[in-house]
Design a protein around this ligand. Structure first.
Ligand SMILES: [Zn+2]
Length: 366
């Protein structure tokens, strides 16, 4: 196997080229869905690339996503490339297909930001927009403090006083819920779920219909970074607790990892709205789906959240500082979600190959 560091890229176009080359050299079929309007920072093309392996009419499949949260995609891309380079897809059982979806949010990926071209958190966008949208009053109450216009010492200290007072009154659990569940009212805010399905969502729906037409049993991995112990995988299974698919996922990856209560700085897992996981589950119904969002830990949750606020301020805040200081802030956001550290990168690729092999073994026995 080549050096895992070679699976990482510094730019979207480079990641895309490495993914496409790996698909071609490992016998996959490549289809690209080019974004109709958005472009990269250099004006370059953005696309979702899909690599497919195995029979098109297979009833069992593994679907792996990278780049739901933009810059986290550099790690997810490396995980997908590592799977191909590991040789695990060379001989698949006749009833099994593997579909690797690269850079589902190519705008965020290319711009090293969390959100889509509309500031939408794609992992909050899979709600029913014809119905009543979820309300998040706690977020709205705190929006100005979470997203201050200025990122100065004074403005941040003032914002922190408001947040601390709110947490003292409502508790850490309510704070986690406020900042994680998603919100549908502040288009420049954090965790904004949007007001309509994003292009990335519509394209995912096309991909599932076109590339997984016969699937009855779907294993699902959505690669992320941020939560969890540094360099370690942190599993978020959204199958109903203790149902057959939850148990199946415990069998693949270990119950102690699936049922852990860590990862949110001592708080319980918040309830999210509009997750891709549930969106894909609906798309393959009445077929079954089992799987997880899998994070690789980078920073303590409070520090990672601070980087998301900086990411947002760089887009919508009152401009201040010179180009160099803004570039340094952007660099900090990048490094928070795909750290440059070689040991971190080698370690997560190693985990990713094992985790993906475990699910292929599990799929064979399903
Ligand atoms: Zn993420």
């Amino acid at each position: 196997m080549p050096d895992p560091l070679d699976f990482f890229a510094e730019q979207y176009a480079e990641a895309r080229a490495k993914f496409q080359l790996a698909v071609a050299q490992t016998g996959g079929q490549l289809v690209s869905y080019v974004h109709p309007t958005a472009t990269g920072p250099d004006g370059g093309t953005l696309a979702i690339d899909v690599g497919s392996f195995g029979a098109a009419d297979a009833p069992k499949a593994l679907l792996v996503l990278s780049g739901t949260h933009g810059g986290e995609g550099y790690t997810g891309s490396a995980a997908q490339i590592a799977l191909m380079r590991s040789g695990a897809l060379a001989i698949l059982p006749a009833d099994t297909r593997v579909v690797l979806l690269h850079a589902i949010n190519p705008y965020g990926f290319a711009h090293w930001t969390r959100t889509t071209e509309h500031n939408v958190d794609l992992n909050r966008n899979f709600v029913d927009f014809s119905g009543r949208l979820p309300r998040n009053d706690a977020y709205l109450e705190l929006h100005d403090a979470i997203c201050p216009a200025d990122w100065s010492e004074a403005a941040r200290a003032d914002a922190q006083r408001r947040i601390d007072a709110w947490i003292a009154q409502h508790g850490q659990q309510a704070w986690m819920q406020a900042i994680m569940m998603g919100q549908y009212d502040e288009p420049t805010g954090l965790n904004y779920g949007g007001r309509a399905p994003e292009w990335s969502r519509a394209t995912l729906e096309t991909v599932v219909a076109r590339h997984l037409p016969a699937v009855k049993k779907l294993a699902f991995i959505d690669w992320h970074t941020g939560l969890g112990q540094p360099g370690q995988p942190f599993f978020l299974c959204f199958n109903p607790h203790r149902d057959a698919n939850w148990e199946r996922v415990c069998g693949w990856w270990g119950r102690e990892r699936i049922e852990t209560t860590e990862g949110y700085g001592g708080a319980k897992r918040p309830s999210y709205s509009g997750l891709i996981f549930h969106g894909v589950q609906r798309l393959v119904a009445p077929g079954e789906m089992a799987g997880a969002v899998i994070e690789f830990g980078t920073l303590p949750v409070a520090e990672a959240y601070e980087q998301l606020r900086i990411d947002r301020w760089l887009k919508f805040g009152r401009p201040s500082g010179d180009d160099a200081s803004r570039a340094a802030l952007r660099r900090g956001v990048r490094d928070a979600f795909t750290p440059p550290d070689a040991a971190w990168r080698r370690g997560v690729v190693d985990h990713a190959v094992t985790i993906q092999r475990q699910v292929l073994d599990g799929l064979a026995a399903w």
